[in-house]
Design a protein around this ligand. Structure first.
Ligand SMILES: Cc1cc2nc3c(=O)[nH]c(=O)nc-3n(C[C@H](O)[C@H](O)[C@H](O)COP(=O)(O)OP(=O)(O)OC[C@H]3O[C@@H](n4cnc5c(N)ncnc54)[C@H](O)[C@@H]3O)c2cc1C
Length: 353
């Protein structure tokens, strides 16, 4: 039976270490407990916040509802053929441990997504991505429970409407489903994605005599995972020591004309041309060049190695984190005419605080 705890402290359950409380908290370990928790919330007309690792949320205040901590576990091989393996993981599995588990099983394709904090169930919500790979490249379907009806639902990859840091779960399906498991199609043979300069550089540095490692020994997915882990550990603060939620802003996308104007003024602007003619700008570069890197505002600091990350070493209130984010957004808008969007989700929603 699920245990419902009132006035529950969430500080240890969000990687920004923001002090905030849930009106009620429950940890769910089975579909039956998910249904029990949904009934509990429905009877009291409480909103439900499904919580994984708490690495992509900002708690702007106490949560006036039921925080449902997703602790569903299990990984199973559901199908295979000569080239592919279909693996289903329960939503509460730790993402990085799952990636490592796949590597040990000889199932490849997720290695570039190593060391991303959080849970399997949250990965499709914002279509997590890193080093040239997005989870949408590997998700085939996911299972969920409809919060309103309690009925099970299956989403195909297509119906998830995946896009850059985006999916249907941030639009029409927002706050409607508890994701219970995700199925991935992985490769038996390595199909490495090595286009990212920092990743290539790291692999080459590891080669004997600084020669091109690809010419000397074939690179393995395990080596790619190790390189990704090393690069991430160098660049990103570990939330355990320095509370943070990873990238605080999405990389903004502008049209070709706006990009041409920006490049005239800022010759070294970092940009990634997209297939549809638009251009994705590096939010970290925009913030860095606007002078924010290392900036401290009370408890909150713009990370000195990576301006895209806002840290909360003082473990202060969410309002402080959001106030600094607001100042950065305004300054970037004034300097470049580009609107930054937050990557993490803010709870409670603005306006209901
Ligand atoms: C140091 C650091 C580095 C990061 N690097 C990256 C990166 O490289 N790429 C990237 O894409 N992201 C990155 N992130 C962001 C974060 O790790 C991902 O978004 C991750 O998927 C969040 O998982 P979570 O379990 O912590 O989600 P939570 O923060 O717990 O939840 C995030 C959202 O998903 C919802 N949710 C969670 N689980 C479920 C479920 N089972 N069913 C329905 N809704 C659910 C929550 O309600 C919330 O709206 C980083 C974060 C940190 C702290």
């Amino acid at each position: 039976m699920a245990l419902f705890l009132p006035e529950f402290d969430l500080q240890r359950l969000n990687t920004l270490a923001i002090p905030a409380r849930a009106q009620f908290y429950v940890a769910v370990t089975s579909s039956e407990e998910v249904l029990e928790a949904l009934s509990f919330a429905a009877e009291r007309q409480l909103p439900v916040l499904p919580l994984g690792g708490g690495s992509n949320i900002v708690l702007a205040g106490d949560y006036p509802g039921l925080v449902m901590h997703i602790k569903l576990h299990g990984i199973e091989l559901v199908d295979e053929d000569e080239t592919s393996v279909w693996v289903r993981a329960a939503a509460g599995e730790n993402w990085h441990k799952f990636v490592q588990h796949c590597l040990v099983m000889g199932c490849y394709g997720l290695e570039n997504l190593s060391l991303i904090p959080g849970s399997v169930g949250a990965a499709p919500i914002q279509n997590i991505g890193a080093y040239g790979v997005e989870v949408k490249d590997r998700v085939t379907e996911l299972s969920a429970i409809d919060i309103r009806s309690g009925l099970p639902v299956t989403f195909t990859a297509e119906s998830c409407n995946f896009a850059y840091r985006d999916s249907v779960f941030k639009h029409s399906a927002q706050d409607r489903y508890i994701i219970t498991s995700v199925t991935f199609k992985l490769d038996r043979a390595a199909n490495l994605v090595l286009e990212y300069p920092s990743l290539r550089q790291r692999l080459q540095l590891a080669a004997p005599k600084n020669s091109d490692i690809a010419d000397v020994t074939p690179i393995t997915p395990e080596q790619v995972a190790a390189a990704v882990i090393a690069v991430r550990q160098e660049k990103l603060p570990n939330p355990v020591d320095t509370p943070n939620a990873g990238s605080f802003f999405k990389n903004p996308i502008v049209d070709a004309a706006q990009f041409a104007r920006l490049r005239k003024r800022f010759a070294d602007i970092i940009a990634y041309p997209q297939a549809d003619g638009t251009v994705k700008l590096a939010a970290g570069w925009l913030i860095d060049r606007a002078g924010w890197r290392g900036y401290r505002d009370g408890d909150v600091v713009v990370h000195a190695e990576q301006a895209l990350v806002i840290t909360n070493p003082g473990r202060g209130a969410g309002a402080n984190v959001l106030a600094l984010a607001d100042k950065i957004t305004q300054s970037v808008q004034e300097r470049y005419g580009v609107r930054l969007e937050l990557e993490p989700r803010v709870y409670p929603e603005m306006g209901s605080v």
